[in-house]
Design a protein around this ligand. Structure first.
Ligand code: GCV
Length: 653
C-alpha cells in the first residue's frame, strides 16, 4: 500500500500551485521552498521564479529579508494586499514555515487585504522523541511503546538504506512546525549505544534526510558510554578522563553532523545508569554532557523521570508522584545554561488524567522542557480514537503560578514521544495523525485553540471536504479523550491497566507491585491521600492557589479527586453524584459514546479514501470490544468491593 499523504496531500497545494510566485533569497531551505512550489505549480499550472526583490506581476512573494530581531530565525511576516500576498522571513526556516502557513490558508491566502501579521513560535525547540530501537528488543520490540509498526529510521539492525520515508516525515512534521527529532530510544541498549561512536555515520545519514526541512537531529545516549564504549573503569561525571572521553566523542559527532542538536539522557531511571552510582548529583551528570556539547552549540535534554521503581507497596508514605520534585527542586540553579531538564507533563507517567507536574514552575533557575506522549501508551495504543489536543492544551494553558502558563515556562522546549512508525498511515490509527499534527501546532503556539487546530488538520488532510465530513470528523474526535477517560480510569485514579504492555483493564494490575502506582481501593473507598494534612504531602509541592485547592476534597476538582484523596464510595462529587455512581455512569456512557462515534464514522463511507475508512472501521470494532471490557471489569470490581448497587439497575456482573 502506498504511504498516506497525511496533511500534505497534493490537493493541499492547489491554491499556491496555481499562482505565480517569486522566491527571493538563497540557501538550502530556500531551495526546499522553491522545490515545494515548483512541484505544486507542476501540478496546478502556476509558476515559480527565483529572483530579485519586487516580483512584478507575482501573486505570491516569499522573500528573505525583514527584521531579524523581531522575527528570529523561525518567524515570518504575512501580509495581503489586493493581488499580492507577501511572506518575509529573516531566516530560512522562517521562510519554510511561511510557505506552509500559506498552504494552510489555501485560497484564503489570496483574497482580500490583510495588514501585516507577525508569526513567531513561542517555543524555540519543538521536538519529537522516537523510542526506536535499532535492533528488535526481545520484550519491547523495535519501537518501545510503538503502535505504528516498525521504526521509520531503523530496520534489520541498521539505519534504513532508503531514507525516502524519512524525508517525507521531515516534510510532514516541518509543515506543522517541528524542528528537532531524537532518533533512538531513551532506554539505550547495547547496540544502540554504538550510534554515538562507531555508528554515528548512520545517524548522519538520517540527519541528512531531515535537514532540508529545517530539522535538527538529536541522539539518546547512555550515561555509561565511557565504560561501555570507551573501556574506562568509571562514568563518574567529575572524573577528568570521563570528561575528556565525552569531549572527544562529542567532537567526532559534530564532525559527522555539524548541526547536531545534542543528547537526550534518561539516567538513574528504571534501571538506566546515572550519576548516583558515583555519589554525584544529576546536575553534575547533566553539566558534564552540557560542557561536551557547548563548544559546538548543542543542548543536553536531561530527563526528570527519576523515581524508585523498586518500592515497597506496603509503605504508604512513599509516593512516586513526589519523586521528580524531590529529586530536582533542590538542584535549581545548578544546571548549565545548555542543560535542559525534560519533565513529563504529569507527575506519574502519561495517564489519561493527571495533574500538571509540580516541578513545572518550581525551578525558575533551570531551563525546562515539557514532555507529552503522542504515542498512546495509556490512551488506547492507536487502536482507540483518542484526540489528545484538548488534554495538551489544558496542560499548556495551566498556570502553576499566577500569570505564567506551562507553555511559557517550557523555555527549553516542548517534546512529544512520537506516535509514528513504518505503518503506511504513519500512526497506525489514521486518526492518530491528528495528534501528531496538533502537537506541532501547539508547540508553536501553546495558546492555540485545539478546536481550531483540529479544523486546520481536517482542512489539510481532507481538502474540499463537504460540511458533513467536517462535522462527522469533529463528532468522532472532539470529545474522544473524555470518552476514553470515561470508560477507563475514573477521577484521576490511573494505572488500572494490564502490567507490562499497558493495554486493557486490570484493576489490580499494579496494585501490589514495586512500581509505585496504586489506587488503594478497599470495601469503603478508593483513591490516594496525597494531602499535606493526612497523606503523602504531595499536594504541598504546588504553589498557591493550587496547593490549597488540591489539599481538600471539598475544593479539589472532581476529575482529580482520587489522585489527591482517598474518599468513600458515597462521597458526593461537585456534580452531585456519589463516587460509585459516577464510576457506573461514566463507564456506561463511555461505551455508548464509542458506539455513537462508530455509527458516525460508518456514515462517512464514500467521503473518505476507502483504505483509510476501512482501517478506522476495523479499529472501531476493537475499540468497542475493549471499551465494553473496561466497563464490565471496572463496574463489577467496584460493585463487588462496595456492595453498592447501580441506581439505575443496569447490568453489572
Ligand atoms: C522509554 C514508561 C514507559 C517506558 C518508558 C518510560 C520513560 O515507564 O512505560 O516504556 O521508557 O516511561 O519515559 O522513560
Amino acid at each position: 500500500m502506498e504511504t498516506d499523504q497525511a496533511w500534505l496531500p497534493t490537493a493541499a497545494f492547489r491554491a499556491v500551485g496555481s499562482r505565480h510566485t517569486l522566491v527571493h533569497g538563497t540557501g538550502p531551505l530556500v531551495d526546499t521552498v522553491h522545490r515545494e512550489l515548483a512541484a505544486g505549480c507542476g501540478r496546478f499550472g502556476g509558476s515559480v521564479v527565483r529572483g530579485a526583490e519586487g516580483g512584478g506581476s507575482c501573486d505570491l512573494v516569499l522573500e528573505l529579508g525583514g527584521d531579524a530581531e523581531a522575527l528570529g530565525d523561525e518567524g515570518f511576516t504575512y501580509a495581503r494586499e489586493v493581488g499580492r500576498t507577501t511572506v518575509t522571513a529573516a531566516g530560512q526556516r522562517g521562510l519554510l514555515y511561511g510557505l506552509f502557513h500559506v498552504v494552510r490558508l489555501g485560497e484564503e491566502a489570496f483574497h482580500g487585504e490583510r495588514a501585516q501579521e507577525i508569526h513567531r513560535p513561542t517555543t524555540a525547540l519543538r521536538m519529537l522523541d522516537h523510542w526506536d530501537n535499532v535492533a528488535v528488543h526481545p520484550v519491547m520490540g523495535q519501537v518501545e511503546r510503538g503502535y505504528a509498526g516498525g521504526s521509520l529510521f531503523w530496520a534489520d539492525g541498521w539505519a534504513r538504506g532508503d531514507l525516502e520515508r524519512v524525508r517525507a516525515y521531515g516534510r510532514l512534521i516541518a509543515a506543522c512546525g517541528i524542528n528537532a527529532v531524537a532518533v533512538n530510544n531513551v532506554n539505550v541498549h547495547e547496540t544502540e549505544a554504538h550510534l554515538l561512536t562507531d555508528r554515528i555515520g548512520e545517524v548522519a545519514d538520517i540527519a541528512g534526510a531531515l535537514r532540508p526541512y529545517g530539522i535538527r537531529t538529536h541522539l539518546s545516549v547512555t550515561f555509561a558510554a565511557p565504560v561501555v564504549l570507551g573501556g574506562l573503569p568509571t562514568a563518574d561525571p567529575l572524573d577528568e578522563a570521563v570528561r575528556a572521553w565525552w569531549a572527544g566523542a562529542t567532537a567526532r559527532v559534530y564532525e559527522a553532523i555539524p548541526d547536531f542538536g545534542g543528547y537526550v539522557v534518561k539516567a538513574d531511571s528504571e534501571g538506566r545508569p546515572g550519576p548516583f552510582a558515583d555519589g554525584r548529583s544529576h546536575a553534575d551528570g547533566a553539566n558534564m554532557l552540557a560542557a561536551a556539547v557547548a563548544p559546538h552549540g548543542g543542548t543536553v535534554h536531561w530527563r526528570a523521570f527519576v523515581y524508585d521503581h523498586r518500592q515497597d507497596w506496603g509503605d504508604r508514605t512513599t509516593d512516586r508522584a513526589r519523586a521528580a520534585y524531590d529529586h530536582f527542586v533542590p538542584l535549581d540553579g545548578e544546571f548549565a545554561p545548555n542543560a535542559v531538564l525534560q519533565v513529563k507533563h504529569g507527575p506519574m507517567d502519561f495517564q489519561v488524567r493527571e495533574p500538571v507536574s509540580p516541578l513545572i514552575g518550581a525551578m525558575p533557575g533551570t531551563r525546562l522542557a515539557v514532555e507529552v506522549q503522542a504515542t498512546q501508551e495509556y490512551t488506547g495504543q492507536q487502536r482507540h480514537v483518542c484526540w489528545l489536543g484538548p488534554m495538551w492544551s489544558e496542560v499548556l494553558r495551566f498556570r502553576p503560578e499566577e500569570g505564567v502558563s506551562v507553555g511559557e515556562l517550557a523555555r527549553g522546549g516542548l517534546v512529544a514521544v512520537s506516535n509514528v512508525g513504518d505503518d503506511p498511515f504513519w500512526t497506525g490509527h489514521p486518526l492518530g495523525q491528528a495528534n501528531l499534527y496538533a502537537f506541532g501546532r501547539l508547540a508553536w503556539n501553546p495558546d492555540a485553540d485545539p478546536g481550531a487546530v483540529l479544523d486546520e488538520w481536517i482542512g489539510l488532510t481532507f481538502p474540499e471536504a463537504p460540511e458533513r465530513l467536517v462535522a462527522g470528523l469533529h463528532d468522532v474526535l472532539d470529545g474522544s479523550w473524555r470518552t476514553y477517560e470515561k470508560y477507563t480510569a475514573p477521577l484521576g485514579v490511573g494505572w488500572m491497566v494490564q502490567p507490562g504492555h499497558h493495554y486493557g483493564p486490570s484493576v489490580d494490575g499494579y496494585e501490589y507491585s514495586p512500581w509505585g502506582t496504586y489506587h488503594f481501593a478497599d470495601r469503603d473507598g478508593i483513591g490516594v491521600d496525597r494531602s499535606a494534612a493526612t497523606g503523602t504531602g504531595y499536594a504541598a509541592q504546588y504553589a498557591k492557589p493550587w496547593a490549597e485547592l488540591y489539599e481538600s476534597p471539598e475544593t479539589c476538582p472532581d476529575e482529580l479527586l482520587l489522585f489527591f484523596h482517598h474518599v468513600s464510595y458515597g462521597h458526593v462529587l461537585k456534580s452531585g453524584k456519589t463516587v460509585i455512581q459516577h464510576i457506573y455512569d461514566t463507564h456506561f456512557e463511555g461505551v455508548e459514546e464509542v458506539e455513537e462515534a462508530r455509527e458516525v464514522w460508518a456514515s462517512l463511507a464514500g467521503l473518505v479514501v476507502p483504505a483509510r475508512h476501512a482501517r478506522v472501521t476495523e479499529l472501531f470494532e476493537e475499540q468497542l470490544r475493549s471499551a465494553r471490557e473496561w466497563r464490565d471489569q471496572i463496574n463489577s470490581y467496584f460493585f463487588r468491593k462496595s456492595g453498592v448497587p447501580d441506581a439505575h439497575g443496569r447490568r453489572i456482573y
